[in-house]
Design a protein around this ligand. Structure first.
Ligand code: NDP
Length: 495
């Protein structure tokens, strides 16, 4: 164990003239150069040209040409094989992509390797397995026939065209894979717009896709300012669907723009996810659960728990034990194999999280641990635990998307269920107890797209994932993705 030495491929990649990947080729573009900053040092590590109308037009035209041409002519099994080849390429380039991801996002190298890359490989293989299985059905016709006519009817699943995928900064490869693998296996082509903070890894991934044989134009990447590129991409006549992951605020803008064009949209938005702990657990079991649910990747996981409901008799003991566990997370270089506490992903995000902690203190919530910046460079923040004043405290309601757990004691379990559901969000939740019967009952009552029992944040490609209420609509993974990435056509014939 030690510190990852930057691979030559990484140190040679960083100073390139970065821009976009369009129609099977790197394209540097002429837009303003935007710095890419390493959150661990706050220093510039690369520059990427912002795209504009010219890049959007070129990417959408390439994707449309591939949709009507080479990709349409690629048999479904061959599409699956290409996803399998890309999975193998990601494995072969695991360390290179993991280092790039850590440099751009501040994610620890262990998470970049073991979660971002390994999960991406698993998801690529899962979606490849859908090749040949995306079908309609044969239906019994129910109308009475005229004379001796007979009828036969069936449905087919058709691709939607060019799918525009708009991405956040927290898992730049994995969330992109969710979108483009689902879109491509259904026969669509793709234009991705990464977050302006994490533009590099997808440029490299697109090159690998090209190398393994994806036809030019099937997978394109356009970088730049989302407020400029987003509306241009969605308004483009070739855009047949938008798949967006990001904040509720931007998601609403994206949803409105898509509905004005009458095209389908999948919105994977934020959450203020809850974890309910029942009284049969020990303090240690609760602290283990809280660490897993709330503090992985500095809380920068959309499904992470941010509000924790604990039995009144154990709250103080849990907060005391949790403080000790959080204190053991020492800030370190995220390139260090053993690093448990990397920086937050970017400066505006750090400022936002600090602002929410300060506002909570002003509102009368009690900061039990952390929430301050350690000495030194980079966007580090000591993970915070806050004892909330009440269920209505802003810190129990607003998403921080950071390492900030807010804690409240329940006297009666049913009261906690009400608090959990009293939220504009509904992405995920977890229930922790040895009483499986109770856990299943709570899983029925909780308003969220995913409810975990005695676990949190573990996603499986077979299990549909998505939000309800303000957390979005549509489902990724499982067979549910087929509905989001195809349209249904009915065919009826007389014989
Ligand atoms: P944002 O909503 O700020 O940005 C998401 C993407 O949208 C970025 O690529 C951004 O570009 C782009 N964008 C910005 N403005 C527009 C616009 N007007 N039209 C179209 N696109 C636009 O989210 P963050 O990147 O800050 O990500 C954090 C949020 O994402 C959190 O709320 C988190 O909960 C949520 N999230 C949800 C997940 C889920 O699966 N439900 C998973 C991961 C994150 P630019 O970078 O240039 O601003």
């Amino acid at each position: 164990m030690g510190r990852a030495q930057l691979l030559t491929t990484v140190s040679e990649f960083l100073p390139r003239d970065h821009g976009h990947f369009i129609n099977g080729q790197r394209r540097s573009g002429s837009g303003t150069r935007r710095p890419v900053v390493d959150p661990a040092s706050g220093k510039r590590i690369a520059e990427v040209h912002d795209g504009g109308a010219a890049e959007v037009t070129a990417a959408m035209a390439a994707a449309q040409a591939a949709f009507n041409g080479e990709w349409a002519a690629t048999p479904t099994l061959a599409r699956g094989n290409l996803l399998l080849k890309l999975a193998a390429a990601l494995e072969a380039h695991r360390e290179e992509l993991a280092q790039l991801e850590t440099l751009c996002s501040g994610k620890t190298i262990a998470l970049s390797r073991g979660l971002e890359l390994d999960q991406s490989v698993a998801f690529l293989r899962y979606f490849a397995g859908w090749a040949g299985k995306i079908n309609g059905e044969t239906l019994a016709v129910s109308i009475p026939p005229f004379a001796d006519e007979k009828y036969r009817a069936f449905t087919v699943r058709e691709p939607l065209g060019v799918v525009v995928g708009i991405l956040p900064w927290n898992f730049s490869i994995m969330i992109a894979v969710w979108k483009f693998a689902a879109a491509l296996i259904c026969g669509n082509t793709v234009v991705l717009k990464p977050s302006e903070y994490t533009p590099l890894t997808l440029l490299r991934l697109a090159e690998l896709a090209n190398e393994v044989g994806f036809p030019p134009g099937t997978l394109n990447v356009v970088n730049g300012d989302g407020q400029v590129l987003g509306p241009l991409l969605i308004a483009h006549p070739a855009c047949g669907k938008v798949s967006f992951t990001g904040s509720m605020k931007t998601g609403r803008v994206v949803g409105d723009a898509a509905s004005q064009r009458g095209i389908p949209v999948t919105l994977e938005l934020g959450g203020k996810n809850a974890a309910l702990f029942l009284d049969d657990l020990s303090v240690e079991e609760m602290v283990d659960g809280i660490m897993e649910a709330g503090y992985l990747n500095q809380g920068q996981i959309c499904s992470s728990a941010e509000r924790f409901y604990l039995p009144a008799g154990k709250l103080d003991a849990v907060l005391q034990a949790l403080s000790l566990r959080l204190a053991a997370l020492k800030p370190d270089s995220p390139l260090d194999d053993d690093c448990l506490l990397g920086p937050l992903a970017n400066a505006p995000h750090l400022e936002k999280v600090q602002g929410l902690i300060a506002a909570a203190q002003q509102d009368g919530d009690r900061l039990v641990f952390g929430g301050t910046r350690p000495a030194g460079e980079g966007y580090y923040l000591l993970p915070a635990a806050i004892a909330a004043r009440s269920a209505d405290s802003a810190i129990m309601q607003q998403e921080t998307f950071g390492p900030v757990g807010a804690f409240l004691a329940w006297q009666q379990e049913e009261q906690a269920l009400q608090w959990i559901n009293d939220s504009p969000y509904g992405l995920s939740a977890s229930v922790w107890t040895h009483d499986l019967s109770k856990a299943l009952r709570y899983s029925e009552g909780i308003q969220a797209g995913t409810v975990w029992i005695n676990m949190h944040n573990i996603l499986d490609p077979a299990l549909p994932f998505g939000g309800i209420k303000g957390s979005g609509n549509g489902r990724e993974f499982g067979s549910a993705f087929i509905q989001d990435y195809t349209r249904l056509k009915s065919v009826m014939m007389r014989y």
